[in-house]
Design a protein around this ligand. Structure first.
Ligand code: SAM
Length: 308
């Protein structure tokens, strides 16, 4: 059995025991992780890496999410996290060679996206996460402690005022849908002119506000982001404040239906000292099992990078 499976078995056994005591399985996972951190449960898996730990926790949380039916309980899968990590590495190559960069995720969820990127760029990320859901942020806190990846955490509505100094980069799998707090949305340029505003649009504006000039933002967005009735307003806003660097389509087979398809959009916050890229990178990630097509995709990114 692989090391991450041994760790998962440990978490799973305890979570199932907690489930017998009127907790949901997901709450049981949290109790198992927190109990491990408190020294209540004693277990070791010799030679387990941070990735083994992250993967084991990810599988346990996914199992809990499948058993429950909370619509906001979604996790960014590794494949997407690794792609985001790859792009962060490409866009910050120079900076990462010299030291670390500050990265925030304003919709941290379980922390899986952030921890995937942190494990990939080991020791190079000073991380901050914001999440409104108490159970998810506690899972993220425990997962960060167990993988020994420090993340500064804020439990709050990320669209309300945020005490966060501008960061070098934002990574975010945007929460999609309507934002219920209409009073708060009035503070945004992207507040809808009629009806409710889109959460994902407001998150883009809030993220740009908390990014340094010239910093980059890596968003996982609905594939139809620029096709809805509020898209014109969004497009105008982005044009005034940022430069679109890349729009990366993701393979359809990664998603259960067309309605859930996503893309990665990479923005750069405008700066008087910098110029827009000559060309926006438009690319489609091929089916991940097609090694040759995947190699061509990465080559296309490299060619674009050299000419941008
Ligand atoms: N990247 C995350 C992960 O790997 O677990 C998943 C992010 S999930 C797609 C979006 C998250 O945004 C959910 O955890 C949800 O609770 C959170 N969220 C939604 N609205 C929010 C708000 N106004 N402020 C902070 N978090 C919010």
């Amino acid at each position: 059995m692989e090391k991450f499976e041994l760790i998962f078995n440990h978490i799973n056994t305890h979570a199932e025991q907690f489930e017998q005591q009127e907790m949901t399985y997901l709450e049981g996972v949290l109790a198992a992780l927190e109990g491990t951190l408190d020294g209540q449960f004693d277990w070791r898996v010799d030679g387990a890496t941070k990735e083994d730990m992250r993967k084991a926790i990810q599988i346990a949380i996914l199992k809990g999410m499948r058993k429950g039916s909370q619509p906001n309980h979604q996790m960014t899968p590794d494949t997407l996290g690794l792609l985001v990590g790859y792009f962060v590495e490409q866009f910050f190559e120079g900076e990462l060679g010299k030291g670390s960069i500050s990265v925030a995720d304003l919709a941290l969820g379980t922390g899986n996206l952030m921890l995937t990127v942190m494990n990939l760029l080991e020791g190079k990320i000073e991380a901050t996460g914001v999440e409104v859901d108490e159970l998810l942020i506690r899972l993220a806190a425990a997962a960060a402690d167990l993988t020994q990846q420090p993340i500064s955490l804020f439990r709050q509505d990320a669209l309300e005022s945020l005490l966060l100094d501008p960061v070098d980069a934002i990574i975010c799998d945007l929460p999609v849908g309507y934002y219920p707090n209409e009073e708060v949305s009035l503070d945004y340029e992207l507040c809808a002119t009629g009806g409710m505003s889109y959460s994902h649009h407001l998150f883009i504006e809030q993220s740009l506000k908390h990014t340094k000039e010239g910093g980059y933002l890596f968003f996982i967005v609905p594939a139809n982001l620029f096709e809805t009735e509020q898209a014109k307003q969004l497009h105008k806003f982005i044009k005034n404040h940022a430069w679109i660097q890349a729009v990366i389509q993701l393979p359809e087979n990664m998603f259960s239906s067309k309605a859930y398809e996503k893309s990665i959009v990479i923005l750069q916050k405008q700066s008087g000292h910098l110029k827009a890229p000559r060309e926006v990178l438009l690319a489609k990630v091929p089916n991940l099992s097609n090694k040759q097509a995947l190699a061509m995709f990465f080559e296309k990114v490299q060619i674009w990078k050299e000419n941008k």
